[in-house]
Design a protein around this ligand. Structure first.
Ligand code: EPZ
Length: 417
């Protein structure tokens, strides 16, 4: 098992290009199943979750090659419609393959998805919507068997919660369904818009992506295309948190500013200065941060749950008390006990975490238990005095490409052993 050894307390300085978004790349890789010919996807990061998605495509009989940040996928030779349990368990987003496989082959057989343990992560909204679209679903011994004998048909689907994954699965099932599908209370995350932009450039008819109501008119065929994955807003937020916790100045390149609309004000509240210029950001942190009154995680355009842990790590060093309310996942405070080992003062009651800022954090041996928790712990380790040994970095590698290399290039003292 790899670990990071971090000698904290070093200021960061320099510029960095923000990687492509994991949570865009995964549904777009699943969407290639709906197309004919060779797709070229640019800005596709080298992440273990992307590697898992490519393995799923190859298992299904498709050709999927990655060279640098470019992925070539041709799904013309697809010959299976099942996903083995080991691949399903590796990541939660393997479930977005369901809508695409059933649309392409009329059948799908897969187990329940795995991924980070953030509390109960049901897929009831996905399954209810697919049933409305004509899919028969039976579950035996943890395996879902789905069939759409007469093909998929458009439906009016009202989501009780704007689930990102359910919205993606419905879109994937609907683009080649018979008739029109409307999704009410759809997720509005930028990654949904990126998926729709990809599908539209393949020939899909989708209206309202990024809004609460999405309308999809089914088409008979989708063609392949070239598409560039959007930058990862959560990686940007993590780098901002790293600079904030270390009192540093960094320059982030290749951003979409509007995707950070709820994240930037949280940092500004702490006294950080953010200057935006055409896709780039100059980020300057003060020597001591002011507290954040209240950070409530919400579906987009609210503050993202995925940035909660990195921001909390920075909040541990604020002069005063910050309050976090985690509204999306029940169990997304696993980093808290480890932050406390570094000297942080945090009290959790249910979905509320009260963070009383301390003057300094101190290096310790800590362990990450999920992806964004790992990112938060790394942010804290960069600021802590002395040496921190962080294990569980396999979680980090699901969503951050060569992060130790990125941080080293900014002057951090970090090595992977
Ligand atoms: C996506 O997960 C992201 N993953 C998550 O990022 C992100 O935290 C989450 O959206 C929220 O923004 C990918 O895009 C691959 P949801 P997803 O369905 O689709 C409940 C990361 O760190 N729910 O919007 O699984 C669910 O339990 C990852 O990069 C149901 O009740 O999130 C949760 O409480 C982690 N029934 C809430 O909705 C359902 O059928 C939000 O889940 C589906 C979801």
């Amino acid at each position: 098992m790899s670990r990071f050894i971090v000698n904290g307390g070093k200021k960061l300085r320099g510029e960095v290009e923000v990687q492509g978004s994991k949570n865009s790349a995964l549904p777009i890789l699943a969407a290639t199943i709906l197309t004919e010919g060779e797709n070229i996807l640019h800005n596709c990061s080298g992440l273990s979750d992307v590697a898992t998605a490519l393995r799923i495509l190859r298992y299904l009989g498709c050709s999927a090659k990655k060279t640098g940040c470019t992925v070539l996928v041709n799904t013309d030779s697809i010959c299976r419609n099942d996903i083995p349990d080991n691949l399903m368990r590796e990541m939660r987003s393997s479930i977005v393959f369901l809508g695409a496989i059933i649309s392409r082959t009329g059948k799908a057989k897969l187990g329940f998805p795995g991924g980070c343990e953030l509390g109960p992560r049901p897929i009831d909204l996905h399954l209810k919507a697919l049933r409305q679209m004509g899919v028969k679903i039976s579950e035996r011994h943890g395996v879902l068997e789905c069939t759409a004998e007469k093909g998929l048909r458009g439906a009016h689907i009202a989501l009780s919660f704007p689930s990102v994954g359910a919205t993606e699965n419905i879109i994937l099932a609907a683009v080649k369904a018979k008739g029109t599908t409307t999704i009410t209370n759809a997720a509005r995350e930028p990654e949904i818009s990126d998926l729709c932009d990809y599908l539209i450039s393949c020939g899909a008819n989708i209206y309202g992506a990024g809004e609460g109501v999405i309308t999809i008119d089914g088409v008979d065929k989708l063609f392949s295309t070239q598409h560039t994955i959007i930058p990862d807003r959560i990686v940007a937020a993590t780098l901002m948190a790293a600079a904030a916790s270390t009192g540093s100045e960094i320059y982030l390149k290749g951003l979409i500013h509007s995707h950070l609309n709820s994240i930037i004000p949280a940092f500004e509240e702490t006294g950080c200065q953010v200057e935006l210029e055409r896709g780039n950001m100059l980020f300057k942190a003060p020597d001591r941060l002011k507290p954040m009154a209240l950070i409530r995680t919400m579906p987009y355009p609210g503050f993202p749950t995925d940035a909660q842990a990195p921001l909390m790590a920075a909040a541990t060093l604020c002069k005063g008390t910050s309050v976090f309310v985690e509204n999306i996942f029940e169990n997304r405070y696993k980093h808290v006990d480890e932050l406390v080992r570094l000297g942080a003062n945090i009290n959790v009651q249910g979905k509320v975490a009260v963070v009383t800022g301390v003057e300094s954090l101190y290096g310790a041996v800590i362990e990450a238990q999920d992806l964004r928790g790992a990112a938060g712990l790394l942010v804290a380790a960069l600021a802590a005095e002395g040496t921190t040994e962080l294990s569980g970095i396999n979680y980090l590698e699901r969503g951050y490409e060569d992060f130790e290399v990125v941080l080293s290039s900014l002057g951090a003292s970090i090595r992977k052993i």
